[in-house]
Design a protein around this ligand. Structure first.
Ligand code: FPP
Ligand code: MG
Ligand code: MG
Length: 383
């Protein structure tokens, strides 16, 4: 029984691995230059939620008894070299599902072993790499967003200045890349390198708000699909591709690898939808970072986009990025009067339930329950 079962604690299931996470990350970030060392390790001081490493570790454990398939040392075939790098489309950026005559649903279901040996050292390292990439993106994000707080403390840009915060972010990316290269798995390296490109692509899409630069944009179905693609690139790409990578490192077969990816993609979309909702509903004190920041930054996220569908007045405000006096207050008012927040929550719930469905064929075990619980907690979270 997983749904609503309070005895399920995802953190406890991978507690041993999580205990070493921050220490190992700090080791990866060591620099001979004392001030670079300080700035690089700054965001590891406050306790983050560690959602991404937690997911990687749970996925590693949950896939440890799914069917295995031989891999070619993680090497891509040479034909791949001619393919274009880093496409922008959600649909074409990962290997499509490989049809299989051997669906995992037909496999015998076994329990996860209780031993600690089912998570590989490479999978533990992958968990650290995902947190490094995430933290690097936060260092850059706080500069772009002029943010003054993060994880309940002054942001790195406020504490050390923009230049050092940007360079520290680059340093984290570099150390993540070195750790990734040392896994000696070309497919996993390609996945995580693509994530870094996707983060930048997502951030660029966000700076533009809508597909076309217009003074008075009109609401179309494309408004939502543009937002979802941006959200995939900005948030779900790291989660989905690292879940995929965890399964690959464990030598899982293709249906398992695809299931892990789909779980991460759906969970990542749910996670960001909730994030965009909390920006409207939760105080700065509880969030540990500025609240109501999106409108101030000129950003139209899901709650506003749903409100806009029924109130054309919002189009004008979106077009000028809420830049005139009173725009932010007015937009906020219109969103709160609308069903935008409810619709955002409903969509997040839909993605969370899709995440759970994605791994339904995994053998029943504690780690699978942990993944299910993570999807439920993603919807319920307040920070
Ligand atoms: C947080 O979003 C930011 C991200 C999820 C990704 C930001 C990506 C970049 C800045 C691209 C460049 C980065 C790298 C590492 C290549 P948010 O601002 O909506 O959330 P917040 O409220 O936590 O600040
Ligand atoms: Mg931000
Ligand atoms: Mg941002």
């Amino acid at each position: 029984a997983s749904n609503g079962d309070v005895s399920v604690d995802p953190l406890r299931m991978v507690a041993k691995e999580m205990k070493f996470l921050t220490g190992n990350i700090r080791q990866l970030l060591g620099s001979g230059h004392p001030s670079l060392d300080t700035v690089a390790k700054y965001y590891t001081q406050a306790e983050g939620k560690h959602v991404r490493p937690l997911l990687v570790l749970l996925m590693s454990r949950a896939t440890s008894l799914t069917p295995k398939a031989p891999r070619y040392g993680g090497q891509q075939s040479f034909a791949d070299i001619d393919n274009p790098i880093s496409p922008m489309s959600i649909l074409s950026d990962v290997n499509p599902s490989i049809p299989s005559n051997n669906p995992i649903t037909t496999q015998t279901q076994t329990s996860c072993p209780a031993s600690e040996t089912d998570i590989l050292p490479s999978q533990r390292r992958l968990a650290e790499i995902t947190e490094l990439i995430h933290t690097a993106s936060l260092l850059h994000d706080d500069v772009i967003d002029h943010s003054v707080s993060r994880r309940g403390a002054p942001s790195a840009n406020l504490e050390f200045g923009n230049k050092m915060a940007v360079l520290a972010g680059d340093f984290l990316l570099s150390r993540a890349s070195v750790a990734l290269a040392r896994l000696r798995d070309a497919e996993v390296t390609e996945l995580l390198a693509t994530v870094i490109a996707n983060l930048v692509e997502g951030e660029f899409m966000q700076l533009k708000n809508t597909a076309r630069d217009e003074k008075n944009p009109v609401w179309t179905e494309e408004t939502i699909s543009y937002y979802l693609q941006k959200t995939y690139l900005k948030s779900a790409s790291l989660i989905s591709k690292s879940c995929r990578a965890a399964a690959l490192l464990g030598r899982s077969d293709a249906p398992t690898v695809d299931a892990a990816y789909l779980y991460g993609k759906n969970l990542g979309l749910a996670f960001q939808l909730v994030d965009d909702m909390l920006d409207y509903t939760i105080s700065e004190k509880e969030l540990g970072k500025p609240a109501g920041a999106d409108l101030e930054l000129g950003l139209a996220t899901a709650p506003l986009l749903f409100a806009w569908k029924n109130n054309k007045e919002l189009g004008l405000l979106v077009g000028r990025k809420f830049s005139l006096e009173g725009d932010v207050v007015r937009a906020r008012e219109l969103v709160l009067q609308s069903d935008g927040l409810e619709q955002t929550r409903a969509l997040a719930e839909e993605y969370a339930s899709r995440a759970i469905d994605s791994i339904s064929s995994f053998p029943d075990c504690e780690a699978k329950e942990g993944l299910v619980d993570m999807a439920i907690k993603t919807i319920k979270r307040r920070k």
